[in-house]
Design a protein. Structure first.
Length: 248
Protein backbone atom coordinates (compact mmCIF):
# COMPACT_ATOMS: atom_id res chain seq x y z
CA UNK A 1 0.00 0.00 0.00
CA UNK A 2 1.33 3.47 -0.88
CA UNK A 3 2.36 5.78 1.95
CA UNK A 4 0.72 9.10 2.75
CA UNK A 5 3.57 9.96 5.13
CA UNK A 6 7.14 8.65 5.45
CA UNK A 7 9.40 9.79 8.28
CA UNK A 8 13.05 8.79 8.02
CA UNK A 9 15.58 9.25 10.86
CA UNK A 10 13.90 12.38 12.20
CA UNK A 11 15.65 14.19 15.05
CA UNK A 12 14.70 17.33 17.00
CA UNK A 13 16.78 19.18 19.56
CA UNK A 14 15.95 21.85 22.12
CA UNK A 15 19.32 23.50 22.58
CA UNK A 16 21.71 20.71 23.55
CA UNK A 17 18.93 18.34 24.51
CA UNK A 18 17.83 15.93 21.79
CA UNK A 19 14.11 15.32 22.31
CA UNK A 20 13.69 13.05 19.28
CA UNK A 21 16.43 10.80 17.96
CA UNK A 22 16.40 9.10 14.57
CA UNK A 23 12.67 8.32 14.51
CA UNK A 24 11.38 6.53 11.42
CA UNK A 25 7.76 5.60 10.68
CA UNK A 26 5.28 5.18 7.88
CA UNK A 27 1.58 5.95 7.54
CA UNK A 28 0.00 3.87 4.79
CA UNK A 29 -2.73 5.53 2.76
CA UNK A 30 -6.12 5.27 4.45
CA UNK A 31 -4.70 3.75 7.65
CA UNK A 32 -4.58 4.73 11.31
CA UNK A 33 -1.09 4.59 12.80
CA UNK A 34 -0.57 5.24 16.49
CA UNK A 35 2.49 6.31 18.46
CA UNK A 36 2.22 5.41 22.14
CA UNK A 37 4.58 6.17 24.98
CA UNK A 38 4.90 7.89 28.35
CA UNK A 39 4.83 11.62 29.06
CA UNK A 40 8.00 13.30 27.84
CA UNK A 41 8.78 10.59 25.29
CA UNK A 42 8.77 13.06 22.39
CA UNK A 43 5.35 12.31 20.91
CA UNK A 44 4.18 15.93 20.62
CA UNK A 45 7.64 16.92 19.38
CA UNK A 46 7.26 14.36 16.59
CA UNK A 47 3.99 15.89 15.41
CA UNK A 48 5.38 19.42 15.66
CA UNK A 49 8.30 18.47 13.43
CA UNK A 50 6.04 16.75 10.88
CA UNK A 51 3.89 19.91 10.65
CA UNK A 52 6.95 22.13 10.30
CA UNK A 53 6.38 23.85 13.63
CA UNK A 54 9.78 22.68 14.91
CA UNK A 55 13.16 22.61 13.20
CA UNK A 56 14.27 19.04 12.55
CA UNK A 57 16.88 16.86 10.89
CA UNK A 58 16.01 13.89 8.74
CA UNK A 59 13.64 13.30 5.85
CA UNK A 60 9.88 13.83 5.64
CA UNK A 61 7.92 12.72 2.60
CA UNK A 62 4.23 13.42 2.10
CA UNK A 63 2.45 11.69 -0.79
CA UNK A 64 5.91 10.81 -2.15
CA UNK A 65 7.26 14.39 -2.19
CA UNK A 66 9.81 15.74 0.26
CA UNK A 67 8.65 18.39 2.73
CA UNK A 68 12.10 19.97 3.13
CA UNK A 69 11.72 23.73 3.47
CA UNK A 70 7.91 23.60 3.19
CA UNK A 71 6.29 26.12 5.60
CA UNK A 72 3.51 24.96 7.92
CA UNK A 73 0.79 26.87 6.05
CA UNK A 74 1.81 25.17 2.80
CA UNK A 75 1.68 21.76 4.49
CA UNK A 76 -1.89 22.55 5.52
CA UNK A 77 -2.70 23.55 1.94
CA UNK A 78 -1.25 20.23 0.76
CA UNK A 79 -3.72 18.35 2.97
CA UNK A 80 -2.07 17.98 6.39
CA UNK A 81 -4.07 18.96 9.49
CA UNK A 82 -3.09 18.89 13.16
CA UNK A 83 -5.49 18.59 16.09
CA UNK A 84 -3.25 19.84 18.91
CA UNK A 85 -3.17 18.44 22.43
CA UNK A 86 -4.74 21.55 23.98
CA UNK A 87 -7.30 21.97 21.15
CA UNK A 88 -6.20 25.66 20.75
CA UNK A 89 -9.63 26.94 19.79
CA UNK A 90 -10.48 30.61 19.46
CA UNK A 91 -12.35 30.84 22.76
CA UNK A 92 -14.07 34.19 22.13
CA UNK A 93 -15.35 33.21 18.69
CA UNK A 94 -18.46 31.16 18.02
CA UNK A 95 -18.40 27.47 17.16
CA UNK A 96 -19.26 28.25 13.54
CA UNK A 97 -16.58 30.94 13.23
CA UNK A 98 -14.00 28.45 14.50
CA UNK A 99 -15.11 26.04 11.79
CA UNK A 100 -14.86 28.72 9.11
CA UNK A 101 -11.31 29.49 10.19
CA UNK A 102 -10.46 25.83 9.62
CA UNK A 103 -11.22 26.39 5.93
CA UNK A 104 -9.26 29.64 5.68
CA UNK A 105 -6.81 28.36 3.07
CA UNK A 106 -9.77 27.10 1.02
CA UNK A 107 -11.59 30.44 0.98
CA UNK A 108 -11.31 30.55 -2.84
CA UNK A 109 -13.70 27.58 -2.95
CA UNK A 110 -16.53 30.01 -2.32
CA UNK A 111 -19.20 30.55 0.32
CA UNK A 112 -21.50 27.79 -0.95
CA UNK A 113 -18.78 25.11 -0.75
CA UNK A 114 -17.71 26.23 2.74
CA UNK A 115 -21.35 26.18 3.91
CA UNK A 116 -21.70 22.63 2.56
CA UNK A 117 -18.57 21.59 4.46
CA UNK A 118 -19.93 23.11 7.68
CA UNK A 119 -23.15 21.17 7.14
CA UNK A 120 -21.09 17.96 6.84
CA UNK A 121 -19.34 18.70 10.15
CA UNK A 122 -22.69 19.37 11.82
CA UNK A 123 -24.05 16.09 10.45
CA UNK A 124 -21.10 14.31 12.07
CA UNK A 125 -21.30 16.33 15.30
CA UNK A 126 -24.95 17.36 15.91
CA UNK A 127 -24.06 18.91 19.29
CA UNK A 128 -21.94 21.49 17.50
CA UNK A 129 -24.89 22.56 15.37
CA UNK A 130 -26.95 23.06 18.52
CA UNK A 131 -24.19 25.35 19.83
CA UNK A 132 -23.20 26.97 16.53
CA UNK A 133 -23.59 30.51 17.90
CA UNK A 134 -22.11 29.70 21.31
CA UNK A 135 -18.59 30.89 22.20
CA UNK A 136 -16.07 28.07 21.92
CA UNK A 137 -14.69 28.88 25.36
CA UNK A 138 -17.99 27.90 26.98
CA UNK A 139 -18.08 24.36 25.57
CA UNK A 140 -17.52 21.22 27.62
CA UNK A 141 -14.33 19.21 27.21
CA UNK A 142 -15.96 16.71 24.90
CA UNK A 143 -17.53 19.45 22.80
CA UNK A 144 -14.21 21.25 22.50
CA UNK A 145 -12.65 18.04 21.19
CA UNK A 146 -15.48 17.69 18.66
CA UNK A 147 -14.91 21.27 17.53
CA UNK A 148 -11.15 20.76 17.23
CA UNK A 149 -11.78 17.69 15.05
CA UNK A 150 -14.44 19.48 13.04
CA UNK A 151 -12.18 22.48 12.45
CA UNK A 152 -9.42 20.17 11.20
CA UNK A 153 -11.85 18.42 8.85
CA UNK A 154 -12.82 21.79 7.35
CA UNK A 155 -9.34 21.85 5.78
CA UNK A 156 -10.27 18.69 3.80
CA UNK A 157 -7.18 16.85 5.03
CA UNK A 158 -5.57 13.85 3.42
CA UNK A 159 -3.51 13.31 6.58
CA UNK A 160 -4.85 14.05 10.06
CA UNK A 161 -2.41 14.33 12.97
CA UNK A 162 -4.07 13.80 16.36
CA UNK A 163 -2.21 14.78 19.54
CA UNK A 164 -3.63 13.12 22.68
CA UNK A 165 -7.32 13.35 21.65
CA UNK A 166 -8.46 11.65 24.88
CA UNK A 167 -6.59 14.05 27.17
CA UNK A 168 -8.75 15.28 30.04
CA UNK A 169 -11.91 13.50 28.90
CA UNK A 170 -14.19 11.32 31.01
CA UNK A 171 -14.20 7.60 30.10
CA UNK A 172 -17.51 7.86 28.23
CA UNK A 173 -16.18 10.74 26.13
CA UNK A 174 -12.94 8.84 25.46
CA UNK A 175 -15.00 6.01 23.99
CA UNK A 176 -17.00 8.47 21.88
CA UNK A 177 -13.83 10.16 20.64
CA UNK A 178 -12.25 6.92 19.51
CA UNK A 179 -15.50 5.86 17.87
CA UNK A 180 -15.36 9.11 15.87
CA UNK A 181 -11.73 8.42 14.92
CA UNK A 182 -12.62 4.93 13.71
CA UNK A 183 -15.54 6.38 11.74
CA UNK A 184 -13.30 8.97 10.09
CA UNK A 185 -11.19 6.19 8.63
CA UNK A 186 -14.13 5.25 6.43
CA UNK A 187 -13.79 8.63 4.68
CA UNK A 188 -10.34 7.62 3.42
CA UNK A 189 -8.31 10.06 5.50
CA UNK A 190 -4.98 8.75 6.84
CA UNK A 191 -4.29 9.37 10.53
CA UNK A 192 -1.25 9.55 12.79
CA UNK A 193 -2.53 9.25 16.35
CA UNK A 194 -0.33 10.15 19.31
CA UNK A 195 -1.81 8.80 22.54
CA UNK A 196 -1.02 7.96 26.15
CA UNK A 197 -4.15 5.80 26.34
CA UNK A 198 -2.42 2.82 24.73
CA UNK A 199 -5.37 0.46 25.11
CA UNK A 200 -7.80 2.70 23.20
CA UNK A 201 -5.20 3.69 20.60
CA UNK A 202 -4.23 0.10 19.78
CA UNK A 203 -7.87 -0.92 19.49
CA UNK A 204 -8.54 1.65 16.77
CA UNK A 205 -5.16 1.64 14.95
CA UNK A 206 -3.87 -0.59 12.16
CA UNK A 207 -0.19 -0.23 13.06
CA UNK A 208 1.68 1.12 16.05
CA UNK A 209 5.01 2.42 17.30
CA UNK A 210 6.28 2.70 20.86
CA UNK A 211 8.29 5.86 21.55
CA UNK A 212 10.44 6.07 24.68
CA UNK A 213 12.94 8.83 25.59
CA UNK A 214 12.91 10.14 22.03
CA UNK A 215 13.50 6.81 20.27
CA UNK A 216 11.18 4.29 18.66
CA UNK A 217 11.84 1.06 20.54
CA UNK A 218 9.09 -1.18 19.18
CA UNK A 219 6.72 -1.38 16.23
CA UNK A 220 4.24 -3.75 14.68
CA UNK A 221 0.63 -4.37 13.77
CA UNK A 222 -1.58 -2.86 16.46
CA UNK A 223 -3.10 -6.24 17.30
CA UNK A 224 0.39 -7.71 17.79
CA UNK A 225 1.57 -4.85 19.98
CA UNK A 226 -1.55 -5.19 22.13
CA UNK A 227 -0.46 -8.75 22.91
CA UNK A 228 3.25 -8.05 23.32
CA UNK A 229 4.24 -8.72 26.97
CA UNK A 230 6.38 -5.55 27.08
CA UNK A 231 3.49 -3.38 25.94
CA UNK A 232 0.97 -5.19 28.13
CA UNK A 233 3.02 -4.77 31.27
CA UNK A 234 4.19 -1.20 30.67
CA UNK A 235 1.23 0.44 28.93
CA UNK A 236 -1.89 -1.67 29.41
CA UNK A 237 -1.72 -1.94 33.19
CA UNK A 238 -1.48 -5.74 33.35
CA UNK A 239 1.32 -8.11 34.08
CA UNK A 240 2.47 -10.32 31.24
CA UNK A 241 1.44 -13.39 33.24
CA UNK A 242 -2.07 -12.02 33.76
CA UNK A 243 -2.33 -11.22 30.07
CA UNK A 244 -1.35 -14.77 29.09
CA UNK A 245 -3.81 -16.20 31.59
CA UNK A 246 -6.58 -14.04 30.20
CA UNK A 247 -5.97 -15.27 26.66
CA UNK A 248 -5.52 -18.96 27.50
Amino acid sequence: MSATLEVDTLSVSYGRVEALHGASLRVAEGSIVTVIGPNGAGKTTLLGAIMGLLASRGTLRYAGATLAGTPTEDRVALGMSLVPERRELFAELSVEDNLRLGAFHRRSAGARAIAADIAEVYARFPQLQERSRQRAGTLSGGERQMLALGRALMAKPRLLLLDEPSLGLAPRLVRETFHIIADLKRTGVSMLLVEQNARAALQVADYGYVLETGEIVLEGAASELAGDPRVVETYLGLSAAASRAGTS
